[in-house]
Design a protein around this ligand. Structure first.
Ligand code: FE2
Ligand code: FE2
Length: 288
């Protein structure tokens, strides 16, 4: 069996809670998973200080298991990038792009869409945090710079990661923005949800990992060639929705089943299992 710990929205800075971060690391130490998936929003305000804390924490996780990480909308300097784009009539557009991801690249990784293969699973990370750009335009003012989108070129990267992996490996895509409307937030994270999910399905993806909504949820949908399981991890931080707790998801997969066990924070106790869902794997309908 392959075991993955999926965490999201750590939000180093004011929302981060040391006690919960320590408890998460202890949990990971206890189960020694095959891999750790971190689906973005490492920081709250994209500062060097927050990134340094996030980097140190990820470094401590790496001693336990390999991880794969992508940026979230809080990890990019999108406002400054917009100013650079406008100020010089697009002449500095490349500079604006570099500026946008500069702190993430300096502290976390140069690769914004990395993948990780562990025995039994391949996780293709795909950056959906592009700030204000053509694919992420929205009429909702509060979603400006917040909403994400999947770029076609990144779909090709997912395809390449899947093709390079062991044929029996569970195919998992990790994005930051939730493609399913949040139950409490009522918001979609992605601008091009339909197109993205069809593309993932057509590549034989079995599971999509995401965060951003700060509320854990597990969904199944039928798209394209076959169905997808979508696992949204909550947040480890205290930026929680009313009535919800900090949480993360444990993913277990073997030849027959895919299981997602949400773990929620219980004051005075720690992280405890809160939801347990199992699905049959769909490997038979995988494209060749
Ligand atoms: Fe977040
Ligand atoms: Fe986010």
């Amino acid at each position: 069996m392959t075991t993955l710990v999926h965490v999201s929205d750590l939000h180093f800075g004011r929302p981060a809670v040391a006690e919960r971060l320590d408890a998460l690391r202890e949990f990971i130490e206890g189960i020694e998973p095959d891999g750790i998936a971190v689906s973005g929003d490492l920081t709250q305000r994209c500062t060097n200080r927050e990134f340094a804390q996030a980097s140190a924490y990820l470094g401590s996780l790496r001693e336990i298991a390999p991880y794969v990480v992508i940026p979230g909308n809080h990890d990019i300097r999108w406002l400054g990038a917009v100013a650079r784009n406008l100020g010089f009539a697009g002449l500095l557009r490349k500079g604006a792009h570099n500026f946008k991801y500069s702190r993430y690249r300096r502290h976390i990784s140069d690769d914004l869409s990395p993948s990780l293969e562990v025995p039994g699973a391949v996780i293709a990370g795909l950056n959906t945090a592009h700030g204000i750009s053509r694919g992420s335009l929205t009429k909702r003012f509060r979603d400006l710079g917040v909403i994400g989108h999947v770029k076609h070129a990144d779909i090709q990267r997912v395809k390449a990661a899947f093709e390079a992996a062991d044929p029996g490996a569970a195919r998992i895509v990790m994005i930051h923005h939730n493609p399913i409307r949040g139950e409490l937030s009522g918001r979609h994270g992605l601008a091009n949800t339909e197109q993205a999910l069809h593309s993932f399905s057509d590549l034989g993806t079995e599971l999509v990992l995401c965060g951003h909504d700060h509320q854990d949820a597990v969904h199944t949908i039928e798209k394209g060639a076959h169905g997808l399981v979508i696992s949204t991890a909550g947040t480890i931080s205290n930026r929680i929705k009313p009535g919800r707790a900090s949480s993360f998801n444990l993913v277990e997969t073997d030849e027959d089943n895919l299981r997602i066990i949400a773990h929620s924070w219980k004051k005075g106790v720690g992280f405890v299992p809160s939801e347990d869902r199992s699905f049959p794997r769909r490997t038979l309908s995988r494209p060749t």
